[in-house]
Ligand binder design. Structure first.
Ligand SMILES: [Cu+2]
Length: 155
């Protein structure tokens, strides 16, 4: 039952996506051999065309380390991994290329820390929408994750 509901949700999201991407997403839920558990995935979005920020928690439940090397989404032209910092009271952020996640390690992408930066949305998005994102790893593993669009005020 839960799986059927999930599939319906994906199908709804798929109306805006290319067919090949959709086919991948629909089969991804069936054959999940991954030992990576993502929770609380949300995408904070301001009106207009400013970049969105993505946050989530990831638990590597496997016996081997993995290296996160990026993310993609059909809803944005590009996605970068950023880390926020503060110097002399000024907030900065810069891109980073990879993040190692050891066996049984949990990492968090959270406000004021590591985040995904979603650049240039392809179509308008609203609070409550769902966005399909694929996290990519150095061993070519691709992990599809559904992000919920939320307002920055809710974080
Ligand atoms: Cu950023």
């Amino acid at each position: 039952m839960a799986y059927l509901m999930h599939k319906t949700m994906i199908k709804r999201t798929c109306r805006q996506l290319a067919f090949t991407t959709c086919a991948l997403l629909l089969t991804a839920g069936v054959a999940q051999a991954q030992s990576l558990d993502v929770t609380n995935a949300r995408l904070s979005l301001l009106p207009g065309n400013t970049p969105g920020a993505g946050y989530f928690e990831l638990h590597n439940t496997g016996d081997e380390g993995v290296t996160l090397v990026g993310a993609e989404s059909p809803a944005f032209e590009s996605v970068e991994m950023h880390i926020s910092s503060e110097h002399n009271g000024m907030a900065h952020m810069h891109a980073f290329e990879s993040l190692d996640i050891g066996p049984d390690e949990r990492i968090e992408f959270a406000p004021k820390g590591q985040h995904l930066m979603f650049m240039r949305r392809v179509a308008p998005l609203n609070e409550g929408d769902e966005v399909e994102v694929v996290l990519t790893f150095s061993d070519e593993q691709r992990l599809p994750v559904t992000f919920n669009v939320v307002s920055p005020a809710s974080l």
